[in-house]
Design a protein around this ligand. Structure first.
Ligand code: 4AD
Ligand code: MG
Length: 465
């Protein structure tokens, strides 16, 4: 018999029709006359209840139906007599696909810690929380593609293996086929990469932006959406060594329009979640973060604050004067710590902030330098609970200024002639940003740790699964 997915079965009126469902047993309880199986197949957070008449199915036959086992159940869909569900299935035929020894199956108990669940990341999608998170993750990916498609952006694939360091922060994982047990070095102790696979030193990309800029100089509006890698040794709830980034790049826009795009895009994604992930959000709101849905609604319905870095520093220093204690000092020229960002967003304004015009020395080489020659047109979006969720900027389109900056920073640009060519041939004003996909998911799900919004997190000293 053809399988009905539980999400669809729960929509049907229970008129006694015969249906078949298949999934994993969440629990089985009952008495000596009747047994109730809660079955979940991942299509929705909701379980379907299967009622088993023990006069028809002897206990012996039901024995393998334990938490975690996988079954196929056929029966009549009827209106439920119990509260908590509209319909249930009266079992007529049972097939056990796979058992799960109760002595060994790790997901028996409720209330397992997030830390423990990370050690069984291969099974945690079967919990309510992770089922919800990964369905929302899928929905957010769809929202992102839909937003850009609707707005005339082209999805452009940038390489994962690269020879350039976009952010210039030297946090790259090397890619090589060289035999590390027999690594030859020259007289100066340097490694000769000319006989390596690509004939030069290569790494995993930290950002698709540089190639994205080339594409914007031809297609006008593009976006990338792919995995990016950072070998930064940051063991925080907001950093991964492998994360997914969405990077739109747009020709002919200026700073205000860039900020408009950042705000419009992120609101669209949050609105999508509120509309399309109601069951999962309600679950998370009840069991993970009681303020979640209210926070999502407030972001959709509020204008983001637009603030320059300099104004931000003034507010922070004023707060310090009035007795606010921060762990790190904040003075003009220093990068803001997460506590500073969160003070502005959560305490001072109580809404998201787009901060712009940062000191040039704390930002990347490609940002457009302002007239003051001190600040650049970076436009980061700071979010409650998260801190920086988007990093963006207007790009420096002048070849001379860009070259001067590259020289000043001593950036090895010999492999980046192609990037500079965009400033040589038909240079145009342009701007773009990068949204950390998992940071967005932290916000949308209310989860506390970035390791819990990606199926298989990669962090320092962890690459299990
Ligand atoms: O601010 P970042 O470093 O900017 C760039 O990479 C630019 N090239 C983007 C662009 O303009 N096209 O990173 C962008 C965003 C951050 O705001 C943050 O959300 C996320 O990427 N991010 C991380 N997410 C998880 N783990 C990490 N280690 C991250 N580093 C950055
Ligand atoms: Mg940044």
């Amino acid at each position: 018999m053809k399988r009905t997915e539980i999400i669809n079965a729960l929509q049907l009126a229970g008129e006694g029709q015969l249906i078949n469902v298949r999934g994993w047993v969440r629990s089985r309880r009952g008495n000596k006359n009747v047994s109730f199986i809660a079955l979940n197949d991942g299509s929705t957070i909701k379980n379907i209840q299967i009622v088993v008449d023990l006069a028809v199915f002897p206990e012996e036959q039901l024995k393998p139906v334990t938490t975690g086992s996988c079954i196929s159940a056929t029966g009549h869909l009827v209106a439920s007599q119990g509260s908590g569900q509209a319909v249930e299935i009266q079992l007529t035929e049972l097939e056990v696909y796979g058992t799960a020894d109760p002595e060994q199956y790790p997901l028996q108990k409720k209330g397992l810690s997030m830390e423990y669940l990370r050690t069984i990341a291969h099974l945690r999608p079967r919990t309510n929380t992770f089922g919800a998170v990964f369905r929302i993750r899928h929905n957010m990916a769809m929202a992102i593609h839909q937003y850009f498609h609707e707005h005339g952006f082209f999805y452009f694939h940038t390489p994962i293996i690269t020879a350039s360091d976009c952010e210039g922060a030297g946090q790259m994982f090397q890619v090589t086929t060289k035999n590390l047990y027999n690594l030859k070095k020259d007289d100066e102790g340097k490694i000769d990469y000319s006989d390596d696979f690509f004939g030069k030193q290569t790494s995993l990309t930290v950002s698709g932006q540089l190639e994205g800029e080339l594409a914007a100089m031809a297609l006008g509006k593009i976006y990338t959406f792919g995995p990016t890698f950072r070998a930064e040794n940051s063991n925080t709830p907001r950093h991964l060594a492998e994360f997914w980034m969405i990077e739109p790049e747009v020709a002919f826009i200026q700073k205000d329009e860039l900020m408009d795009l950042e705000e419009d895009f992120i609101k669209y994604c949050v609105r999508w979640a509120l509309e399309k992930c109601q069951d999962d959000l309600q679950f998370l709101n009840q069991f993970v973060d009681k303020g979640l849905i209210a926070r999502l609604e407030s972001v959709v319905n509020t204008d983001f604050v637009r603030l320059t870095y300099t104004e931000g520093i003034e507010i922070l220093q004023e707060a310090v004067k009035n007795g606010k204690k921060f762990e790190f000092p904040c003075s003009w020229g220093e990068d803001l710590a997460s506590e500073h960002e969160r003070y502005l967003v959560e305490e001072h304004f109580g809404k998201p902030v787009i901060m712009s015009d940062y000191p040039k020395d704390i930002k990347a080489f490609y940002m457009k330098i302002n007239e003051d020659d001190k600040t650049v047109q970076g436009t980061d979006v700071l979010f409650p609970q998260i801190g920086e969720i988007i990093g963006g900027s207007v790009r420096e389109e002048s070849l001379d200024k860009l070259n001067a900056e590259i020289e000043r920073r001593d950036i090895p640009m010999k492999d980046m002639w192609w990037y500079l060519d965009t400033r040589r041939f038909g240079a145009a004003p342009h701007a773009g940003f990068g949204l950390g996909f998992e940071r967005l998911l932290l916000f949308v799900t209310g989860m506390q740790n970035i390791r819990d919004v990606i199926p298989f997190p990669r962090t320092p000293k962890t690459a299990e699964f």
